[in-house]
Every structure is written in C-alpha cells, then in structure tokens.
Design a protein around this ligand. Structure first.
Ligand code: F6R
Length: 359
C-alpha cells in the first residue's frame, strides 16, 4: 500500500522522520543512555571491520568518520565482494560489523562466514531481523526502518546511519572520551530536521527537470559528505540511468576536472561546517570551467556561496555530526525527481533486484 504516494520510493522517503525516530527510541532509554544487546561491549573492542554492499557500504564509509573521530577507533571498510576473496588478516579485538538492509545479500553473508572464527565479535546491522545475516551473527542490531519495498534503498540508509552513529557514541563513552558538542541531546532534533528538509522537494523537482537532460552528472562532497556524494551518484544511476559519479571534492583536480564543461551538471554537498571553504573553492574551480553547479547547503552557506551557481537547495542548519544523515534526503529526492522527469520505472529500475542473493 503506497499510502497515497505515487511510488513506494516516495512513501519511503517521506517515512524517514518516523523511521529514524523509531530507531533512536529503540536504542536510547529515558536518560539518553544507549542500550545495546548483550555480547557487544565496546570496552573490549580495539578496531572495527565494516563490510557491506552498495548503499549499505556508503553507510559504512560515513561510519568510519564517526568511529574514528568520535570514538578514536581505527576502522576498515570493505565492499563484501572484495573482502571475501582477499583473505584479510584479522587482529585481536576486532568487531566485524556487517550492514545489510535485507540481511540476505550473498557477498555480505559470505564475508561474515569468513570472519566466523577470526573476529572477536560478529554483529549484523539489519532491517530484517529474521534474515540469514541476523541468524549467523553473534549480536543483531536491528535498524527498525520497517519494510522497504522500493528497490532503491532510502529509509534503510538513514536508519543504518542513525544506529551506526549511536554505536560510535556508545564506543566513545566506553572509552571515557568526550562526545561532540551537543551530543547526544541533538539526536532528538534529527527526525524534525529530516521532516523540515523534505520540504525542499519543490526546489529539487525544479532543478531535476534540467538534470534529466544531462548525459553525465558529478556529485562532490568532503569529509563525511564524501560518501553522500557517492550515494547520490549511485541512486541517480540506478533510477534515471544517467551516468553519475561521486568524488571527494579535493580529488577533483587530480583528474576528474577534465570532464567539466557546460554540459556537465555538478552537485555540491556543502553544509557550512569546518570544511565548507575548501569545498567551495573546489566548486569555484568547477564554475571557472563552465560547470553548472547545484549547491546543496544551509542558509549560511547559501548566503556566502550562491553567487554564480545554477541552483541552490537550502537545507536546515544541522549539527556537523548529523549532516550526513540529513543530506541523504536531497540525494534521494534528486534521483527520484530526475527519474520522474525521464519517465523511468522508479520502484523497479531495470536490471536490479531488491535483494541480491547470488554472487
Ligand atoms: C541501492 C541499493 C543497493 C543495496 C545493496 C545492498 O539503492 O539498494 O545498492 O544497498 O544491494 O543490499 P542490502 O543492504 O540488502 O545488503
């Protein structure tokens, strides 16, 4: 049941304030203490190995920033199909964490089985608690997104990020480290911020009528927004069949800038944070070469950097730590509205299946 929406994807995008709120409430008690299932004790963990595919892999890439900066834990992130054949050595004190919406992805499951006798703890962060990955894990961490029907992952991604952030905070507390300013209180603002950011829909739909004519589109982001650039590009390819690539904005001048001309829209994700000036200077390099920029930022960022851009999408101001979760919303909406403008099948893109149970 699409609940009045035209597509399951639209419904699932709109459900995110409630889904993220449900995920938060499942892990936070009334004193904002984070409660984890038995068997996961961060005082015993020295490093993490995060393994997943596709969108879930990008959630892991964001989590690396959080675990390293907030909890000072070294993290390795791998796509499951590479990890399983590399026979990586595993050090003592390793938490192996497998992230999967369906819990049935064959490569992720095989990577988990490889880690069986090697990691100290195996955890499965899943949306489907009765899945194979959940069954094979020592510790199951449900994301509480509710059923995700549309092939493209949306609410599962923001709920994966939410639970991964809670884990990073829990790990920091276990090590006696100070939390980032405003945490964990600011977590409670997240559902409301997501709700507010959904209102950029009309701005995004207008920008997408243009994007639908492009042959190639580039997404740029820096720091924890770099994986969001990758996610934006994946979602757009998947749904609109337009060639899209995400780059770390600092990497642009090491090659990809050769692609830029008037025909290539460049979507820049740049909240007004500590890295803003750097990303904007990369954006200006793009504009100097005729690139058509769509800037996604907040009101402060727009005031400083809107000049010369083709479009600005303004999101609410968000605490730095939470920005990757909030910027997932426009990434999803860009893919959705570009697909609508092109007339492709939003919920069932060609060549794709919801769960990939073969290698
Ligand atoms: C992208 C997408 C895929 C999945 C990937 C992993 O929108 O849906 O990239 O994220 O196939 O699937 P799960 O999370 O079920 O292991």
């Amino acid at each position: 049941d699409k609940d009045g929406h035209k597509h399951f994807m639209a419904k699932e995008i709109a459900e995110q304030p409630v889904a993220v709120d449900t995920a938060l409430k499942a892990y936070l008690d009334e004193n904002d203490a984070i409660t984890l299932p038995d068997g996961l004790d961060f005082t015993q963990i020295e490093r993490l190995s995060l393994v997943a595919c596709g969108t879930a892999y990008y959630a892991c890439m964001v989590a690396k920033y959080w675990f390293e900066t907030i909890a000072r834990l070294p993290v390795e992130v791998d796509v499951a199909s590479e990890f399983r054949y590399r026979e990586p050595p595993v050090s003592p004190g390793t938490l192996a964490l497998f992230v999967s919406q369906s819990g049935e992805t064959a490569d992720t499951l095989a990577a988990l089985l490889y880690m069986r006798d090697k990691a100290d703890v195996i955890a499965g962060l899943v949306n489907v608690p009765e899945s194979s990955i959940a069954r094979e894990s020592d510790v199951v961490l449900p994301i509480h997104a509710g059923p995700e029907i549309s092939v493209a992952s949306t609410k599962a991604f923001t709920c994966q990020l939410t639970v991964l952030l809670l884990l990073a905070i829990k790990a920091a507390k276990a090590k006696g480290l100070p939390l980032p300013e405003g945490m964990p209180d600011d977590l409670h603002a997240l559902p409301g911020l997501i709700h507010q950011s959904l209102a950029s829909e009309a701005q995004i739909a207008a920008a997408c009528r243009d994007l639908a004519n492009a042959r190639d589109i580039i997404f740029l982001g820096r720091g924890a927004l770099y994986p969001l650039a990758l996610e934006g590009a994946l979602k757009l390819k998947e749904l609109s069949y337009i060639h899209a690539e995400g780059y770390a904005s600092g990497e642009l001048k090491h090659g990809p800038i050769a692609l830029i001309d008037e025909s290539v829209p460049v979507i820049v994700m740049a909240p007004k944070d500590a890295l803003f000036e750097k990303t904007i200077s990369n954006m200006q390099e793009v504009m100097a070469r005729g690139g058509r920029v769509v800037l996604i930022t907040d009101a402060d960022g727009a005031r400083e950097a809107a000049d010369g851009t083709a479009d600005v999408i303004t999101l609410p101001k968000v605490p730095d730590t939470l920005a990757p979760i909030l910027y997932a919303i426009p990434a999803q909406q860009i893919a959705y509205f570009t697909a609508i403008a092109k007339g492709t099948d939003v919920d069932q893109p060609r060549n794709l299946a919801k769960s990939v149970t073969v290698e």
